[in-house]
Design a protein around this ligand. Structure first.
Ligand code: HEM
Length: 153
């Protein structure tokens, strides 16, 4: 496996991701029934976004967060939707690529997912974060050990 290095790599990742996301039990309906996404029309735009983010080429014109406002208004996005979105994204990346840019693809996605939820007013409680999401955000691995307050030791 090699790293995610070219626009062709991004397009391959996006096809893999949307192939899974659009038939997913948790979030599939948001793409198909709510947004009625025309994938062939949207892939170039979404590819431009990731090409700009990951390969630093200024090819994207748009407002990625604002693009989700109508979707949120129509269907009320929740933290669980974003967790599932990220799970499919991260596993798609891991299935196809390995390396620094592949790692960045997961890190940037988690950071953007967090800011998107913040901007949309979607609560994103840490208790619902997967380990992979925590790792992508640079948070320490979660342990079940409870912190005992000093007074109770
Ligand atoms: C619950 C999670 C998400 C769902 C259900 C979702 C769904 C969608 C849908 C339906 C569209 C098309 C909107 C339209 O009709 O124009 C869209 C566009 C897009 N999404 Fe998401 N999305 C999610 C999270 C994310 C995240 C976390 C990112 C980035 C890390 C992202 C990146 C994009 C981009 C770049 C576009 C294109 C924006 C444009 O048209 O310029 N999405 N998304």
């Amino acid at each position: 496996m090699s790293d995610l290095e070219t626009r062709a790599d991004i397009d391959r990742l996006l096809r893999h991701f949307y192939g899974r996301a659009m038939v997913d039990e948790v979030i599939g309906y948001l793409f198909t029934d709510v947004a009625r996404l025309d994938l062939e029309e949207h892939l170039p735009q979404i590819g431009n976004f990731w090409e700009q983010v990951l390969l630093q080429r200024p090819v994207y014109v748009g407002q990625p967060i604002a693009a989700h406002v109508p979707l949120h208004q129509a269907a009320t996005l929740r933290s669980a939707h974003f967790q599932r979105w990220f799970e499919i994204w991260a596993s798609s990346v891991d299935e196809l690529f390995t390396g620094e840019i592949a790692t960045q693809a997961k890190q940037r996605a988690a950071i953007i997912a967090e800011s998107m939820q913040y901007r949309l007013g979607v609560a994103s409680p840490e208790a619902g974060f997967s380990e992979a999401y925590r790792a992508a955000l640079g948070m320490p691995a979660h342990t079940d050990e409870r912190q005992t307050p000093d007074a109770e030791r």
